[in-house]
Design a protein around this ligand. Structure first.
Ligand code: PEP
Ligand code: MG
Length: 879
């Protein structure tokens, strides 16, 4: 097996082998773009190294061959002081993991070569600066000597010379710094800085491989669901230098704006600097458009290159470049990370520009993007001023208490939302960034680590807030003379860059027109109908605005829970005589009729599935324990006349609650069982619905109610309730579709029998999951977290459908029902109806619709379209 490929020969190899960076370099080389030559050591070599704890036996020979070819191509030789070849060694996994793994630059320098480089460039300052950077990076990455030893030495030297900027240090200063660095290296590493460039190269490649296993990379993979066994490639490339003076520089850019998605090249650069200076956020860079004023030809070439990259990759690219003495070099390209807003705009625009199809545009949208778009924004009152303004690096807003370190963020986040405030973030802070609700940094640009990582995580971030001073040691931050301590509250808006003191109320954000256009494309593709779970006219209206094609679940008991209605519901439940019950029912019927009328009107012309009462009656009564306390207290005290009445009422209520008490109410007298044993309630509900329907019909409207019977497990149960419902409907001269929920495993096993008696069936996957696993919906949170943490479950089955278990039951029921009644309408209305993976399953299993909460509707429409597209792809692969 071959492990090493020159960029120019890696044609046909995939990102799996070359990693994203290697594949990008190879593609750019083949496009004829100015890429410094080099070669990629494949991910296969890294995997072999991790598996066997040693490199494959022919690896170093292949590296030597590739190096020789590189030397021939460049006319330079590694370790030769007259014609020194300097190398960069960078990691690059299949999926981009910005800053998580290691890089070594200026490799090939030693005491001799640095002199050669000085003579060649006539620039001792540059040569020794490169050498001191190599020593520091090698110490950090290969040997594990913490960077701060070297950073402190640099700061001490600047202080001694009375300068603030690195650039103000002279050649002699840097020469002295190299001596100090070598001494520090020996002290902490236990051996001299290695003078053999060959040794440096081997160790650097190994360090890149090892960095795949470091803590921050592992955390990042976990967060982004990247498999642990992919490994990283190592890219070895001839160095070009951005720090050779005023006509040199380095920068990063995006072919489109990664925040708004606008189709203009966007980026930042620094003159006379090396790449890490931009990404680390140590110096604040200039916007890319300013390059026009400094190096206009390079600017034009870069704009042209950005266009070529987009045309080739058919996606927004994130690129890195270096300018060495007025010559542009491309160092990297990859699909750029983007905000949720930009994801829609870019996919939309690329499709409109004809670069990709609408289907491709749809399949590129990640559903989390939509949810992020609905992130809230702070609502400030007139005149309320921001404390501070920085760069709006990652959209959304958050309030939380201030913490000053990643570890603190992890701790504090266990109990309260927090905002991580730091001078700048580095990859070591990833665990804290994942825990914090928002990120605020004093330094860095829009492409700094904090900005890129936060955007990827969908975590609001404000970066480069120049008026902010952070003193981590003292646990304070200062803004224009004002001191804020750890534990005080801030609100940040990553969309505007504003930072406010205290907690500001948040409001939903607006969606751009491109989102709705993409959603309309999704509607044209998806096979699944998307309905909403809505119990109020407001929810129904919002659902319709969000594209609901009807209501798949109206939980009628929610109407009973309104504060002013509860006493009436209790009166109905506790009625001592038929007359008393009838009176309460009549009042309730009036209320339900008005509710139904408003909901049917909001959904006029669309189906509205009204579910008959489901929960056990005790849910409408006070808690038995509260009543016991009350009765006991009253029993033990002297009672006034009024208290005596209260006492007697409480005792009666307690008796009734005791009668209704069930050891396991979730498996008790609820759903169809309640309808059968206490038909008066469902009769009232059907009367109310029938009246509402007749009223609307009389007004020329098109109400389309459907009646759904919950929690049936046998065909007889269903037939019995159906009969009651039909009789009531007949008294109003109405025929409405009558169906059943499938919420208990037995119902799945007799899907065909239920289908016989039903016009439609809707899976209630909340209860079905509860009953299939035997996990209580209300209590399982106590152990589900541990189960997921320990790998016993890969996800919470109440959030994402368990396809193996619950899904198998659903498939059986669908097949059986369709065998019996091919035209029967089948849907799902549990929480899973709004979850993307589950929607994929429901599409595959052949349901007609999913129903979910109104705020998840947009995501469900998109997920349903993606499910159709995935199915097409799978069919194409099989064909
Ligand atoms: C279900 O069980 O999935 C369902 C939709 O009903 P509820 O959540 O009201 O029990
Ligand atoms: Mg249910």
């Amino acid at each position: 097996m071959k492990f090493v490929y020159a960029f120019s020969e890696a044609n046909g190899l995939s990102k799996d082998q070359l990693g994203g960076k290697g594949a990008g370099l190879s593609a750019m080389t083949r496009l004829g773009l100015p890429v410094p030559p080099g070669f990629t050591v494949t991910t296969e070599a890294c995997r072999a190294y991790h598996m066997h704890r040693q490199t494959p036996h022919n690896l170093w020979m292949e590296v030597q061959d590739a190096l020789q070819a590189l030397e021939q191509q460049t006319g330079k030789v590694l370790g030769n002081p007259e014609r020194p070849l300097l190398l960069s060694v960078r990691s690059g996994a299949k999926f981009s993991m910005p800053g998580m793994m290691d890089t070594i630059l200026n490799l090939g320098l030693n005491d001799e070569v640095v002199e050669g480089l000085t003579a060649l460039t006539q620039d001792a300052r540059f040569a020794f600066d490169a050498y001191r950077r190599l020593i520091q990076m090698f110490a950090d990455v290969v040997v594990g000597v913490p960077r701060h030893h070297f950073e402190t030495a640099l700061e001490d030297l600047k202080m001694a010379r009375g300068v603030q900027e690195d650039l103000s240090l002279t050649a002699e200063d840097l020469q002295e710094l190299v001596t100090t660095y070598k001494r520090l290296f020996k002290r902490h590493a236990g051996f001299e800085f290695p003078q053999s460039p060959q040794f440096q190269l081997q160790e650097a490649i190994l360090a890149v491989f090892k960095s795949w296993g470091n803590r921050r990379a592992a955390t990042y993979r976990k967060l982004h669901h990247i498999p642990d066994d992919l490994g990283t490639a190592a890219n070895v490339q001839a160095m070009v230098f951005g720090n050779l003076g005023a006509t040199s520089g380095t920068g990063v850019g995006f072919t489109r704006n990664p925040i708004s998605g606008d189709p203009q090249v966007f980026g930042e650069f620094l003159l006379n600097a090396q790449g890490e200076d931009v990404v680390a956020g140590i110096r604040t860079p200039l916007p890319l458009c300013d390059l026009q004023n400094h190096l206009p030809e390079v600017h034009d070439q870069l704009m042209h290159t950005a266009g070529l990259l987009e045309k080739h990759f058919k996606d927004m690219q994130d690129f890195e470049f270096t300018i060495e003495a007025g010559r542009l070099y491309m160092l990297q390209t990859r699909a750029g990370k983007r905000s949720a807003r930009a994801a829609f705009k870019i996919a939309h625009d690329l499709a409109q520009e004809g670069l990709i199809s609408r289907e491709e545009a749809l399949s590129r949208i990640q559903l989390e993007s939509l949810e992020q778009l609905m992130y809230p924004q702070p609502v400030t009152h007139h005149g309320q001023k921001a404390l501070l303004k920085g760069l709006p690096a990652s959209p959304g807003a958050a309030s939380g208490v201030v913490v000053f370190s990643a570890d603190e963020a992890v701790e504090v986040a266990k109990t309260r939302p927090c905002i991580l405030v730091t001078p700048e973030t580095s990859p070591e802070d990833i665990h804290g960034m994942a825990s914090a609700k928002g990120i605020l940094t004093a330094r860095g640009g829009m492409t700094s680590h904090a900005a890129v990582v936060a955007r990827g995580m969908g975590c609001p971030a404000v970066v480069g807030a120049e008026d902010l001073r952070v003193d981590r040691e003292a646990g304070v931050m200062q803004v224009k003379g004002l001191t804020i301590r750890a534990g005080e509250t801030l609100t940040i808006s990553g969309s505007t860059g504003e930072v406010f003191l205290g907690e500001i109320p948040l409001q939903d954000s607006q969606l751009d027109p491109e989102v709705f256009e993409i959603l309309s494309w999704a509607d044209g593709i998806r096979k699944l109908e998307v309905r909403a779970n809505a119990d109020t006219p407001q929810d129904a209206r919002r659902a319709r605005e969000n594209g609901a094609q009807g209501i798949g679940l109206c939980r009628t008991e929610h109407m009973f829970f309104a504060e002013e209605r509860i006493p009436l519901v209790r009166k109905m439940i506790l009625a001592a005589s038929a007359q008393e019950e009838l009176e309460a029912l009549r009042l309730l019927q009036n209320m339900q009729r008005r509710d139904f009328e408003a909901i049917l009107l909001a959904m006029d012309g669309l189906p509205v599935t009204i579910r008959l009462i489901d929960p056990p009656l005790h849910e409408f009564l006070p808690q038995m324990s509260d009543l016991l306390v009350k009765v006991t207290q009253l029993a033990q005290q002297e009672r006034s006349e009024a208290e005596e009445t209260t006492y007697q009422e409480a005792r009666e209520l307690l008796e009734r609650v005791k009668q209704l008490h069930e050891v396991n109410p979730m498996m008790g007298l609820r759903g169809a069982r309640l309808g059968i044993t206490r038909p008066s309630i469902i009769c009232m509900q059907v009367h109310a619905l029938a009246e509402a329907t007749c009223n609307l019909l009389a007004q020329g409207k098109k109400p389309r109610p459907e009646i759904m019977i919950p929690l049936t497990g046998t065909a007889q149960e269903l037939a019995y309730v159906r009969h009651i419902v039909e009789e009531v409907l007949a008294s109003h001269d109405l025929h409405l579709p009558i169906g059943s929920m499938i919420e208990v495993p037995r119902a799945c096993l007799v899907g065909g029998q239920l289908a016989d008696t039903a016009d439609f069936l809707s899976f209630g996957t909340n209860d079905l999951t509860q009953m299939t696993y035997g996990y209580s919906r209300d209590d399982a949170a106590r152990f589900l977290g541990t189960y997921v943490e320990k790998g016993i479950l890969t996800f919470d089955p109440f959030t994402r459908l368990d396809e193996d278990g619950v899904g198998t039951l659903i498939s059986m029921a669908v097949q059986d029902a369709r065998r019996k009644k091919p035209e029967i309408k089948l849907g799902i209305c549990g929480e899973h109806g709004g979850e993307a993976h589950s929607i994929g399953f429901f599409h595959q299993v052949g349901l007609d619709y999913v129903s979910c909460s109104p705020f998840r509707l947009l995501a469900a429409r998109l997920a349903a379209a993606q499910a159709t597209l995935n199915n097409h792809t799978q069919e194409a692969v099989l064909a």
